[in-house]
Design a protein around this ligand. Structure first.
Ligand code: ADP
Ligand code: MG
Length: 479
């Protein structure tokens, strides 16, 4: 027997009526219109998204049971959602009226509303359960492995606040901006993953600007822009990555503007990332930029040395590997502006060591890092150490090579030798030559004297650590 959609829905309604209060029936089921029955899926039309959510939240098992009763085990239910706010959408965007789908009273559509069509989109898996949208999130990006530092504190804590109350904070939209490889994508996705963890019912969607643009081009081609827009309105947290790529794409910006407004008005959360601050987004419509200013723009800076070390250590823990401390330090001194590169060095190092069966040490690290940093060959020189130390102790640098036995000069001289021995590849003899032709035993004696002082004098120890850091840093700064 071939069933038609009205009679199937009528039978469903009879069952439903027996299972819910008459008030609920009137409110939630009477306004529903059956629209088609195809491939054993009954499509029903509901007035708006809120309606659809309510049904899914409160009546999903009843609906499922009823549909199965009518259509058998493979029976499914699909929704068609009519979108509200006709005046707002008309004013804000030419999209809604342009498709000519506005229906008049009398043919089942409410006045002024726009037919969204069935919700079709590459992300959607329709079914009776929840209209399920794959978030497209990478599950490896979360807050736990997003190391906090001065460089990201504001953005990170705003992200965490949003994850607790998506759409409910002043940070809407949240714009995360910063140079490449500093963690924009990671952080934006961490918010998405956290939202899903705390609110499994919420719909989160991550999309790159590129993909977003391609979808729009596709939907224009297929005459389905409205489907596209309506689909995006089902999202509770929308993450659009690298919005600088929307520059000069007028049509895409127009559609994005519309989606942005609708979501924002409905208290949905927007998270956008960009490689530059909103005001510098050339080729972006002014009205969009002004929307971006509604929320919070937080930047990610290049991480300082401590944060780089912490990030690298956390990656190593996760990979289950250990590197000698001086290797980690060497990497972090030299790779400063890009965390992706920091990881790249680590991966190369592991690969090199296992391919060539070599131990990971400073020599291997230097070889690997050469591919990442241009001037890594640059060595620390004895001259440079002498100058820095002399400056620090406020003594003339030439006195280090002289015969003076003045206490402050002796200390500066001995310390310079000690640092030269530890931080350069120079032989003891060569180092001695840099200090007015002193011989190698003098250098050994000096190093021992410094070591004794280091073991007993904490202030001196701090001074030496500071100087060491300065020397290494200045090396990587010039690279
Ligand atoms: P962007 O999108 O800004 O170009 P990504 O988010 O892709 O940067 O980050 C590059 C890499 O650095 C990713 O693998 C990411 O996990 C890592 N990363 C960035 N910031 C941090 C951080 N604070 N803690 C740990 N890893 C980070
Ligand atoms: Mg990115």
């Amino acid at each position: 027997m071939i069933k038609d959609y009205t009679s199937v829905w009528d039978s469903c309604l009879r069952t439903i009526r027996r299972n819910v209060s008459s008030q609920s029936f009137k409110t939630w089921f009477e306004p529903i219109r059956p629209v088609q029955l195809k491939d054993n899926a009954l499509t029903i039309q509901v007035p708006n998204k809120f309606f659809y959510e309510w049904l899914e939240e409160h009546y999903v098992s009843l609906l499922k049971m009823t549909i199965r009763q009518e259509l058998g085990e493979t029976g499914r239910l699909e929704y068609q959602i009519l979108m509200g706010k006709p005046s707002a959408s008309k004013k804000d965007s030419p999209l809604a009226p342009s498709t000519g789908q506005k229906r008049s009273n009398g043919d089942g559509f409410q006045p002024g509303m726009v037919d969204s069509g069935n919700i079709k989109n590459p992300f959607v898996i329709p079914g009776i359960k929840k209209l399920k949208i794959d978030s497209q999130l990478n599950p490896n990006y979360h807050f736990d492995n997003f190391i906090e530092g001065d460089c990201n504190r504001l953005a990170r804590s705003a992200g965490m606040a949003i994850a607790k109350r998506p759409g409910g904070t002043a940070f809407n939209p949240l714009i995360i901006f910063g140079d490449v490889g500093l963690g924009k994508t990671h952080l934006a996705q961490a918010v998405g993953n956290e939202v899903l963890g705390q609110y499994p019912g919420k719909t989160v969607l991550y999309v790159s600007s590129e993909k977003f643009t391609n979808q729009i081009i596709q939907s224009i081609k297929n005459n389905a822009v409205n489907d596209f827009v309506n689909f995006y309105q089902l999202v509770d947290v929308l993450i659009v990555d690298d919005i600088q790529f929307l520059a000069n794409k007028t049509k895409t910006q127009e559609i994005f503007f519309h989606i942005f407004n609708q979501l924002h008005q409905n208290g949905k959360q927007l998270i956008l990332t960009s490689d530059r601050p909103p005001k510098d987004l050339d080729g972006m419509e002014e009205r969009l930029i002004s929307r971006f200013k509604w929320g919070l723009s937080a930047d990610l800076q290049a991480p300082d040395l401590e944060t780089r070390m912490a990030i690298l250590e956390s990656k190593m823990n996760r990979e289950g590997i250990e590197l000698p401390y001086n290797v980690t330090e060497f990497i972090c001194y030299n790779i400063k502006n890009n965390i992706r590169e920091l990881e790249g060095v680590l991966v190369s190092l592991i690969a090199q060591s296992s391919l060539n069966r070599r131990e990971i040490d400073l020599v291997l690290a230097k070889e690997v890092i050469k591919n990442f940093v241009k001037q890594i060959n640059k060595e620390i020189t004895v001259d440079f150490i002498q100058k820095l130390v002399a400056d620090h102790f406020n003594v003339p640098v030439e006195k280090l090579a002289a015969k003076t036995r003045k206490r402050s000069i002796v200390i500066a001289r001995q310390l310079s030798m000690y640092l030269a021995k530890n931080l350069t590849n120079k032989s003891l003899k060569a180092i001695g030559e840099n200090f007015g032709g002193r011989d190698h035993s003098t250098v050994i004696y000096s190093c021992k004297a410094v070591q004794d002082l280091l073991d007993t004098d904490m202030i001196f120890k701090d001074t030496v650590a500071d100087l060491e850091k300065k020397i290494k840093l200045s090396l990587s700064e010039n690279s």
